[in-house]
Design a binder for this molecule. Sequence first.
Ligand SMILES: C[S@@+](CC[C@H](N)C(=O)[O-])C[C@H]1O[C@@H](n2cnc3c(N)ncnc32)[C@H](O)[C@@H]1O
Length: 259
Amino acid sequence: MTDTQTVSSTSSSGTASFGFRDIPREEKQGLVRGVFDRSARRYDLMNDVMSLGIHRVWKDITITRARPRPGEHLIDVAGGTGDLARAFIARSKRPGQAPATAIVADINEEMLRAGIKRGHADGIGWAVANAECLPFEDRSADCVMIGFGIRNVTDRAKALREMHRVLKPGGRFLCLEFSRPVSRAIANVYDLWSFNAIPQLGALIAKDRESYQYLVESIRRFPHQEAFAAELREAGFSQVAVTNLSGGIAALHTGRSVG
Ligand SMILES: C[S@@+](CC[C@H](N)C(=O)[O-])C[C@H]1O[C@@H](n2cnc3c(N)ncnc32)[C@H](O)[C@@H]1O
């Protein structure tokens, strides 16, 4: 990985990253939409195959850290097929109390449709929405999460400010995202798997090598753990903390709104 490949996905120069390419900013959203339009149908299966099921463990840790409680409201931004929202509601259940509710907000209708097709889930609403301009009231959520979504957003700073805006004072923010392996040995194995196996699995299972090539490249363009934590503080979050998962292949960033 070169230094130029590790720059942030947004820039003030009018360009944005799309995998290893720099493209005009206004083109990124459409290209990302194309990726998820094409991968929506096989999205859940590909997640399991590409991560060897480990994404389930990472999501489980995220939900544990979110500490869902009855009656709370979650906004799952870039929520796709709704894994995090479903788990949040399930984990909030206590005898005799109303469970949590959640909105899965995603820019891509095909991803939401794939989520709805997975079956009814009590307490979940689905909304087509851009993370950069959330159609929700200020201070309306007890918890905001974004799982493997922030990397795809064109204006990351704007999206982070939006997620801060919709959180109630004291509300919890959690961002699960691919990150930077903490050792050279892990990075080497991970690079081998992701640059070779993942695009091939994409071609074989989803008949779409290109989207999965974008996936592995976009991960390398995303800022490392500390740089992203600084972006969260810049957006207004307090008590920002980072937990590395699987040796930094993914990281869970958490923070709070102080209102
Ligand atoms: C890798 S999927 C993650 C889905 C889900 N959160 C999960 O963990 O399985 C990324 C999602 O981000 C969505 N997305 C990309 N750009 C977005 C934006 N600007 N606003 C909202 N959603 C966006 C995509 O449509 C896609 O569903």
